[in-house]
Design a binder for this molecule. Sequence first.
Ligand SMILES: O=c1ccn([C@@H]2O[C@H](COP(=O)(O)OP(=O)(O)O[C@H]3O[C@H](CO)[C@@H](O)[C@H](O)[C@H]3O)[C@@H](O)[C@H]2O)c(=O)[nH]1
Length: 456
Amino acid sequence: MAPHVLILPFPVQGHINPLLQFAKRLSFKGPKTTLAITTFIINSINIQTDQVSCAPFSDGYDDTGLNGARDNIEAYFESLRTIGSKTFEELIVKQMSSSCPFTCMVYDTFVPWAVEITEKYGLPCVAFSTQSCAVSSIYYHFNHGLLDLPDSGATVSSHGLVPLERFDFPSFTFRDGSYPALAGLSLNQFNAPQKSDWVLFNSFDELENEVIKCLKEHWNARTIGPTVPSKFMDKRIKGDENYTMNLLKPERDLCINWLNKKPANSTVYVSFGSFANLQEEQTQELALGLKQSNKYFLWVVRASEQDKLPRREEFIEGEDKGLIVAWSPQLEILNHVAIGCFLTHCGWNSTLEGLSLGVPMVAVPQWTDQPTNAKYVEDVWGVGVKVKVDEKKVVRRDEISRCIKEVMDAERSEEIRRNARKWKEAAKQALCEGGTSDENLNEFVEFLNASSCDIN
Ligand SMILES: O=c1ccn([C@@H]2O[C@H](COP(=O)(O)OP(=O)(O)O[C@H]3O[C@H](CO)[C@@H](O)[C@H](O)[C@H]3O)[C@@H](O)[C@H]2O)c(=O)[nH]1
């Protein structure tokens, strides 16, 4: 039987992106891939990918998706688990009686309920983490009582992790009661994999060498990233022009035409990903910090966040100093010669994308895994600086402006740029033929071929 891999992302942008790119790489190496996507997402976006099939299942929110549950995210997660697990099973049943049945399932570690369902049909289940190896290691060890939050002023450094202070830990390890369902998902995401199971990571060995070595003691762990489209990296996968699935429409022409008029390395790209809600005070400080830096800036402020902005004339000098868009083609922006700095919330995709495209970063972490990613950006990979917050946990305008200058102008910027170039090259090498992630993918494809024969 030919291998056919069912791939199940948690249905939000930051999880769909890496699993879609992974599916494309896998298809490039032979196996057929099908991405299971919620009905709302399938109906509302124009999916343009030749290499990967999509199959719908219902999360119980067919008309609105997660947008209809912004005020009650917890209810959405519950619906995804209860209704989603039923409709996901129906999807499997239908395909298993076809001429091209599934032979394996790769599931996002945020949807562990899929394992029990899929195993009923005799399919191997492979976990995929959309977060860094370091963050995954923290969640696993913390949740199994093998790692404690350090006291204030102290550090811990075990399991291949660099010395971490208390506030370098993912926010959910503080167990402060916020977002209980999401906290539970994050903390419990590695309960399912057993010793011999495959666990794939969107990272690459050179980037997180020590951590991945330690994770291999627990599972058949492999890095397969960065899941940045081939078009920007090894360029081996053809016909990959429409490289992603955008849940919001990118204002592409506006962004690129605006950037085309800017000098090289002159512009700050600002984005907080698909999820973060900044406090109004933080949004205002950020706006004024960008103005104070005296740099050009292209800032993604989602439509739902735009009410928090100051009046345009308060922070954008003249016609042309800043551009606000509701969604951007982020990879094309990061790849543009005008961009000299990425001010990011340090979601793992954004962090890896900045790193893979060699853009120095100002890290402004908000919650979940972002503080840990920000720590690595500054202290381990040396590709940026992390902002300091005040006693109200707000980053003030002076600090924003100081960090941008540090990354773009100060003496230290040379070293940051050198490191950024080094990691860009290393990321590309990992994906090229014979690179570490490429070899790991080959090994995984061998497993898929062998296990599909067993099913036969
Ligand atoms: O205008 C934009 C802004 C973002 N993106 C893309 O959207 C994705 C955003 O992902 P990420 O940077 O990881 O941020 P979030 O959307 O916030 O992702 C969630 O999921 C990630 C993976 O688990 C976590 O690391 C984050 O903390 C969590 O908030 C990236 O691929 C970006 O390229 C765009 O295409 N256009």
